[in-house]
Design a protein around this ligand. Structure first.
Ligand code: AMP
Ligand code: ZN
Length: 115
């Protein structure tokens, strides 16, 4: 938990988010500025800044984020149509919140270019 970190504060409940999943390892909540009908952010409860800060031992936790994404895609009804999972890393990629997160985006045909 980092006091200054927005997503740590959403995980702890100090700042309200539209939580769609929560357990002892991960939390998922709706993005405040959605780019598609489904736009959910999936974060580990543990504060990790970005992919660049990952260490040996984080593999299980990061892999688990994909499992949560898969379950949420099912409950959102977007599995058949498909969806995109994005983890922006660093400023060139447009990362704005430095608590590692996976965007789960779906519910429409993607138009957004990859670079
Ligand atoms: P990124 O640009 O990859 O770091 O993604 C950060 C995301 O967090 C953006 O899509 C923002 O819209 C989203 N965001 C910022 N503040 C909040 C908030 N309070 N609750 C939910 N999502 C947020
Ligand atoms: Zn954090």
């Amino acid at each position: 938990m980092t006091d200054a970190c927005l997503f740590c504060r959403i995980v702890s409940g100090e700042i309200k988010g539209t939580i769609v999943f929560r357990d002892d390892q991960a939390t998922a909540f709706r993005d405040i500025n959605p780019v598609a009908p489904t736009h959910i952010l999936i974060v580990p409860n543990k504060h990790i800044e970005s992919v660049s800060a990952l260490e040996r031992g984080d593999e299980q936790l990061i892999g688990y984020l994909f499992t949560v994404a898969s379950q949420l895609a099912k409950s959102e009804g977007i599995t058949k149509g498909g969806y995109r999972l994005i983890t922006n890393t660093g400023s060139d990629a447009g990362q704005t919140v430095f608590h590692i997160h996976m965007h789960l985006i779906g519910g429409q045909r993607m138009k957004h270019p990859m670079g």
